[in-house]
Each structure stands twice: as structure tokens, then as C-alpha cells.
Ligand binder design. Structure first.
Ligand SMILES: Cc1cc2nc3c(=O)[nH]c(=O)nc-3n(C[C@H](O)[C@H](O)[C@H](O)COP(=O)(O)O)c2cc1C
Length: 201
């Protein structure tokens, strides 16, 4: 099993969790190594087998591969915020995660469409580690521009952009980003968000 996570990026978990979860992180430095078609298919297959409300499977992914489709890649890159453009162009794959906002069966609103699309991305991220890949989600993108650029119809919502690839060295980043890339990995304590028996605000 190949997981290209530097030791200092491993989550300092306080309870035992699988290595795959400890070693998932959101890199900003990506190696030039391309993502193979087989690896990409595995990521999308992991997303496909996510759970969803009524098994509606609201997730959709527009996949842009830098080498194979430079124009498409540039189109999504052009929708990213300046902060994300500072690093995401080095990833060999960008994706746009899109949610169908209604149930196909009766057209009623699916209020779980974002939840389920996020879960599919989480499954994708869990599958990425063993392939030596990481998935970095980006809320910093212009959803209206992305809708326009990829002709996404009404009833579908651009949820998140994703940068995917093999992590690269932090040294390859500009100074400010390098500091973020190597800074401590932090999380709230379980006591702050887990309430046994009732809400404890
Ligand atoms: C929905 C979502 C949106 C995010 N948007 C951005 C973003 O626009 N730019 C960015 O650099 N990181 C973004 N991130 C990455 C988070 O900053 C990162 O997950 C968080 O700091 C925890 O770090 P880790 O993923 O390495 O554990 C996003 C993550 C998620 C889940």
C-alpha cells in the first residue's frame, strides 16, 4: 500500500484510527507525476459506492486532466479564487463536484444532496491515500462562473472544486504557502463536539 504522506503530516490522533485516515491531508504542493486512468477510475468508483439519501446518488464530477485536456483544466482553473490559483495549477487533475438538487423519482427537493456529494468526496479521499494520492477540496471558486463554463443545467449545483494528485515537496511552494504546508495539524477536542446523552452547548 503506497501512501505518500510525510511523517509530519500524519494526524496526531488521540485514539486509534486506520492509517488511511491519519494520513489523509490537503496538500498544496503536488508532484508532476500524472494520475493514471486506472487510479482515477478507482477514485470515482469509491465515490460511486457512497451511501446516499434514498440511494439518489446526487453527486456528479466534471474531471479535468491537465495533460490530456489542458483547455478544460484551464477553464476550471480560471474559476478558482486567487488564493487557490497560487497552488492548484500544479495538481495534475482538477474536478468540479456537482450535486443534483432534486430527486429524479418525483422532482422534490433533495435537502441531502450536498451532504451526499460531500460523503462521496470523502470516500474518494479515503481511496486516494492507498494509491499515493491526496484530494484537496476547494470552496474558493466562483460557482456561477463554473456553471457557465461547463454548461451545468438548472437543478444541479456546483458544490466544490477538487485538486487531486501525488503530494510534492513543501519546498516547491512560495514561502507563505510553505509555512501553511508544514504547520501543525490541529483539531478541536472530541469533548467540544461530541455530546453523549444530549446537547451540551
Ligand atoms: C468543503 C471544503 C472546502 C475547502 N476549501 C479550501 C479552499 O478553498 N482552499 C484551500 O486551500 N483549502 C480548502 N480546504 C481545505 C481545508 O482548509 C483543510 O481540509 C483543513 O484545513 C484541514 O486540513 P487537512 O485537510 O489537511 O486535514 C477545504 C476543505 C473542505 C472540506
Amino acid at each position: 500500500m503506497q501512501i505518500a504522506t510525510p511523517p509530519d503530516r500524519e494526524a496526531p490522533a488521540e485514539h486509534p484510527i486506520e492509517a488511511n485516515f491519519r494520513r489523509r491531508w490537503s496538500p498544496r504542493s503536488f508532484a508532476a507525476t500524472p494520475v493514471t486512468g486506472a487510479a482515477l477510475a478507482s477514485l470515482l468508483e469509491a465515490a460511486r459506492w457512497s451511501a446516499s439519501c434514498f440511494n439518489a446518488q446526487p453527486w456528479h464530477f466534471v474531471v479535468l486532466r491537465k495533460q490530456e485536456d489542458a483547455a478544460g483544466f484551464d477553464k476550471l482553473f480560471g474559476c478558482l479564487s486567487a488564493n487557490n490559483q497560487a497552488w492548484a495549477g500544479n495538481a495534475p487533475v482538477l474536478m468540479l463536484a456537482v450535486a443534483r438538487t432534486t430527486f429524479a423519482a418525483d422532482g422534490s427537493p433533495n435537502r441531502y444532496c450536498w451532504y451526499d456529494t460531500g460523503a462521496a468526496v470523502a470516500n474518494m479521499a479515503a481511496q486516494a491515500g492507498p494509491l499515493g494520492l491526496q484530494v484537496h477540496s476547494m470552496a474558493g471558486f466562483d460557482a456561477a462562473k463554473a456553471r457557465d463554463a461547463f454548461a451545468i443545467p438548472a437543478g444541479f449545483d456546483p458544490v466544490c472544486a477538487l485538486a487531486i494528485g501525488h503530494p510534492g515537496p513543501a519546498e516547491a511552494l512560495p514561502e507563505a504557502l510553505k509555512l501553511r504546508e508544514t504547520g501543525p495539524r490541529v483539531r478541536r477536542k472530541q469533548e467540544e463536539f461530541v455530546f453523549f446523552g444530549g446537547w451540551q452547548g
